[in-house]
Design a protein around this ligand. Structure first.
Ligand SMILES: [Ca+2]
Ligand SMILES: [Ca+2]
Length: 110
């Protein structure tokens, strides 16, 4: 999947990709509440950890997904319109799905 490969190739560390199952355990949605239709979970994931892992990261080394507690600080991928203006570097966040203009991981395109 092109989007998966793009994010995997550009992620600067293990990072939030907008996945969460905070609403219903094991019912994974993107930050714009669209259902997850394609997955790339690592073997044995999502393991949930007794309901304590409700946000999804992408591993920088493999591109595979893992669920983690949402309070952990991670870099993040944020989908936006294409721009000729470089974006400023961002700091890791404990907000697993920050207020991205176009959401993260959903199917919205412009
Ligand atoms: Ca969970
Ligand atoms: Ca996990």
């Amino acid at each position: 999947m092109a989007e998966q490969d793009f994010v995997s190739n550009n992620m600067m560390g293990n990072g939030w990709i907008g996945l969460n199952d905070r609403g219903t355990e094991d019912d994974w949605v993107w930050s714009d509440n669209t259902k997850v239709s394609i997955t790339n979970w690592n073997d044995g994931e999502p393991n949930g950890n007794a309901g304590n892992e409700n946000c999804g990261e992408m591993r920088a080394d493999t591109g595979k997904w893992n669920d983690l507690p949402c309070h952990l600080a991670r870099v993040f991928a944020c989908k936006s319109k294409a721009s000729a203006t470089p974006v400023s570097p961002v700091q890791p966040t404990t907000t697993p799905y920050p207020d991205c203009e176009w959401g993260m991981g959903g199917e919205r395109e412009d």
